[in-house]
Design a protein around this ligand. Structure first.
Ligand SMILES: [Zn+2]
Length: 71
């Protein structure tokens, strides 16, 4: 499942979440409750999909985060 990171444009709060491709993007910030969340590109997930290097050292170490460790 894709792994997304959001940042709130109003208060700067950041969060990470797993969502299906078909899910609506999050909008409301859980901190300030303003509809200012903006989806960030997940660098880790994008890199793995782009290169196919699922067994690269960076992945094995967990450096790219939970999205690769859960495969
Ligand atoms: Zn906020």
């Amino acid at each position: 499942m894709p792994f997304y990171e959001y940042a709130c444009q109003a208060c700067g709060h950041r969060l990470e979440t797993m969502q299906k491709m078909s899910d609506e993007p999050l909008k409301e910030c859980p901190e300030c409750h303003k509809p200012e969340l903006k989806k960030l590109v997940s660098a880790g997930g994008f890199t793995h999909r782009a290169t196919g290097l699922d067994n690269a050292p960076a992945c094995a170490s967990g450096a790219c985060g939970a999205s690769c460790m859960s495969k």
